[in-house]
Design a protein around this ligand. Structure first.
Ligand code: FAD
Ligand code: NAI
Length: 475
């Protein structure tokens, strides 16, 4: 028997589950279909982010940083711990527990908000405006009908041609988060966000890590001054071996390991490693959705085509998150989910792409919002810049983490903040102040006038804002 809903969301990642909760809060009868399955066959809500992305990577980044501190930093604080031993099995067990807590948290939120959950694969089975039929194929098969459909089917890792993932030797993000042993030599293709985060985890745990990056520029999306500082810290202090301008010519996996042949700036090379992570970007996931049969339009790169409000070419079918254009970030997917639910309910939906923050969770963390200095130069915008180093911040000194700086970019004529760029401790948390400031169209002077707690890392924000007007107090 067909069940009728106001909204059916396909995909229970951060885009989909948040859209479903918001739709239900707005009084719409809502269902969410998600196919993710644990090893025991049970559902695992939360998508890539919760199961093999944001959450487990941050759990391992935290654990490996703790280990690194115990080995290298505790002594300076006057703490002698003797010999420090790594219990990788326990580290992975803890990571899995954190993931499970998040899976269960979402299931609880569905119950609380009366979102009906279906475990299985959702696909378009017919219909038109006013009543789209969605087939759910799980342990049983049934069809539901929806007035509105929100497609939130996310993304999947892009394989390197000629080197398919086996998650034994050639690893995608899921494999990179589940290595049962620390490899002696770990190769990484792609020095983007996943490459740097996962490379950092395994480097801290003792692997020799070499990253092969196709581009000649390191972290091209970041402000050049941040990318330069990060390069120095990662390659000189942390021992990440990063090769830029590497063109992979052949990858061969055998029982002994993986051999990667590449043409680099100084000719042809061969890298032998025990395991290889391939992190060269992700592709939209529309597999099994029967999107073409339904007439849903994809763009030439396979993303579902949407307008600025996330409307597809079909009436009352919407798409959000990694499966549509824009940055592949969990918080971007969530914002689109809320906005679409509100539009369906006849309310206003708000997503501001100019104030989506970016964070790379390395140590130190890298975070930014708004435009970079090189973008402002290219766009011919007159700006003033101000920077403040954590070296001159009391809290950073007390913490023993003085690497990096905060940089403000403000319009030369109006002083309005155009971008904020941070490399340093807890940059992921500090960037929130900049996002708020930019959303409220604040000036650098506004931040300079705000009282910031002492001693705190956030004082570096105030000082960088003061630096725009060349009047820092502590430098
Ligand atoms: P997804 O999270 O991919 O969820 C899609 C869901 O839909 C999945 O559960 C999938 O099984 C399900 N599905 C697909 N097709 C169907 C179907 N036909 N029927 C039923 N279910 C279906 N972003 C950040 O912002 N911060 C981070 O720190 C961060 N770290 C990351 C680390 C790694 C290693 C990776 C890989 C990604 C990371 N990301 C991070 C990116 C983030 O995970 C994604 O941007 C986010 O998960 C996208 O959310 P989504 O809801 O669009 O899709
Ligand atoms: P990415 O786009 O960040 O980096 C991929 C890198 O691989 C780029 O530098 C690219 O130039 C390089 N590359 C591409 N093809 C190559 C080739 N053939 N040989 C060598 N290098 C090649 O993508 P990544 O790291 O796979 O992550 C996917 C997405 O997941 C990110 O774009 C991001 O949106 C999201 N993510 C976000 C995180 C966060 O917010 N902290 C953490 C991890 C992932």
């Amino acid at each position: 028997m067909s069940k009728m809903f106001d909204v059916v969301v396909i995909g229970g990642g951060p885009g989909g589950y948040i859209a479903a909760i918001r739709a239900a809060q707005l009084g719409l009868k809502t269902a969410c279909i998600d196919e993710w399955m644990r090893a025991d066959g049970k559902p695992a809500l939360g998508g890539t982010c919760t199961n093999v992305g944001c959450i487990p990577s941050k759990a391992l980044l935290q654990s490996s940083e703790n280990y690194d501190h115990a080995v290298h930093a505790f002594g300076e604080h006057g703490i002698r711990v003797g010999s420090v031993e790594l219990d990788l099995a326990q580290m992975l067990k803890r990571k899995n527990k954190v993931v499970r807590q998040n899976n269960e948290g979402i299931a609880y939120l569905f119950k609380k908000n009366k979102v009906m959950f279906f475990h299985g694969r959702g696909s378009f089975a017919g219909g038109s405006a006013g009543g789209w039929q969605i087939r759910v194929k799980g342990t049983a098969e049934e069809t539901v009908t929806a007035r509105h459909v929100i497609v939130a089917t996310g993304s999947k890792p892009r394989p390197l041609p000629g080197a398919p993932f086996d998650n034994a030797q050639i690893l995608d993000n899921a494999g990179a988060l589940a290595l049962a042993e620390v490899p002696k030599r770990l190769g990484v293709i792609g020095a983007g966000v996943i490459g740097l985060e996962m490379g950092s985890v395994w480097r801290r745990l003792g692997a020799e890590v070499m990253l092969l990056e196709m581009l000649d520029t390191f972290l091209p999306a970041a402000d050049e001054t941040l990318a330069e500082a990060a390069w120095k810290i990662f390659t000189k202090e942390q021992g990440l071996d990063i090769v830029l301008g590497a063109k992979i010519t052949r990858v061969t996996a055998s029982k002994k390991g993986v051999s990667i042949e590449y043409a680099g700036p100084n000719g042809a090379h061969k890298l032998e490693c025990d395991r290889l992570i391939v992190s060269i970007g992700r592709v939209p996931n529309t597999e099994g959705l029967e999107a073409a049969a339904a007439g849903l339009k994809l763009d030439r790169r396979g993303f579902i085509e949407v307008d600025a409000d996330c409307r597809t070419n079909l009436p009352d079918i919407w798409a959000i998150g990694d499966v549509v254009r824009g940055p592949m970030l969990a918080h971007k997917a969530e914002e689109e989910g809320v906005a679409v639910a509100q539009r369906i309910a006849g309310q206003h939906g708000h997503v501001d792409f100019n104030t989506v923050p970016w964070v790379v969770y390395t140590a130190p963390e890298i975070a930014w919002v708004g435009r970079t200095e090189q973008q402002l130069k290219n766009d011919g915008v007159a700006y003033r810049a101000g920077s403040f180093p954590f070296m001159a911040n009391g809290r950073a000194r007390a913490m023993g983490d003085t690497r990096g700086f905060v940089k403000f970019l403000a319009d030369a004529a109006t002083d309005r903040i155009l971008g904020v760029h941070i490399i340093g401790p807890m940059a992921s948390e500090m960037i929130a102040e900049a996002v708020v400031a930019m959303e409220f169209h604040a000036t650098a002077e506004d931040i300079a006038l705000i009282c910031h707690a002492h001693p705190s890392l956030s004082e570096a924000m105030k000082e960088a804002a003061l630096a725009v007007d060349k009047r820092t107090l502590n430098l």
